[in-house]
Design a protein around this ligand. Structure first.
Ligand code: MGP
Length: 171
């Protein structure tokens, strides 16, 4: 263990610096619980930004302890959006966008699609990453679903990759 504030661990004889692994950008996890809607309440009344992070370590901590679809009640959503973009049509970056939705009748299906999409997003695996606003995992009575929100519905070329990504996850 170093004494100057930076911690080091000896793993199998090697020394590893314990500096957090920074992501390319900041991301925000959101939660929307529509399971007990108040009569007359506007859409988004229960939408909350929960935590903004920019390291791999924070991501895994948040994912492991909170943001697993299996922890969601029925009729609730988790969102992961780029920091600064609200998961609403009203947000200027989403206003002209579209969304790709994949449905799953198996609980495990949503769990897998959600984790793989989160890792692809924070790991900057999409060629047209700038075109993506974020992703939403929705638990519904009939069918769970995962939706990828894009910025520009008119940019057809950039819309194709997320679609192939979604199809690949289903196969
Ligand atoms: P939806 O996007 O069709 O799917 O929204 P959802 O929420 O998954 O639907 P569900 O039936 O599976 O629960 C359904 C309705 O919610 C819309 O018709 C709107 O009335 C409202 N709504 C959804 N979104 C994402 C927004 C939004 O961003 N802004 C506003 N004002 N209303 C929204």
């Amino acid at each position: 263990m170093a004494t100057d504030g930076a911690t080091t661990d000896v793993i199998g004889g090697a020394t590893a610096e314990q500096t957090p692994h920074r992501l390319d950008k900041k991301w925000t996890f959101w939660f929307d619980n529509q399971s007990k809607p108040k009569q007359g309440a506007a859409w988004g009344n229960n939408l909350r930004d929960v935590y903004t992070f920019d390291t791999v370590e924070e991501f895994w901590c948040l994912y492991d302890h909170v943001f697993k679809p299996s922890k969601l009640p029925g009729n609730a959503d988790f969102h992961l959006f780029k920091a600064g973009i609200e998961p609403k049509w009203e947000d200027p970056q989403c206003a002209n966008g579209g969304k790709w939705t994949v449905t799953s009748s198996r609980k495990a299906g949503l769990e897998t699609m959600w984790l793989e999409t989160l890792m692809a997003l924070i790991g900057e695996q999409f060629d047209d990453a700038d075109e993506i606003c974020g992703v939403v995992a929705s638990v519904r009575q009939r069918q769970d679903k995962l939706s990828l929100w894009t910025k520009n519905a008119a940019n057809e070329a950039a819309q194709v990759l997320p679609m192939f990504f979604s199809i690949k996850m289903l196969c």
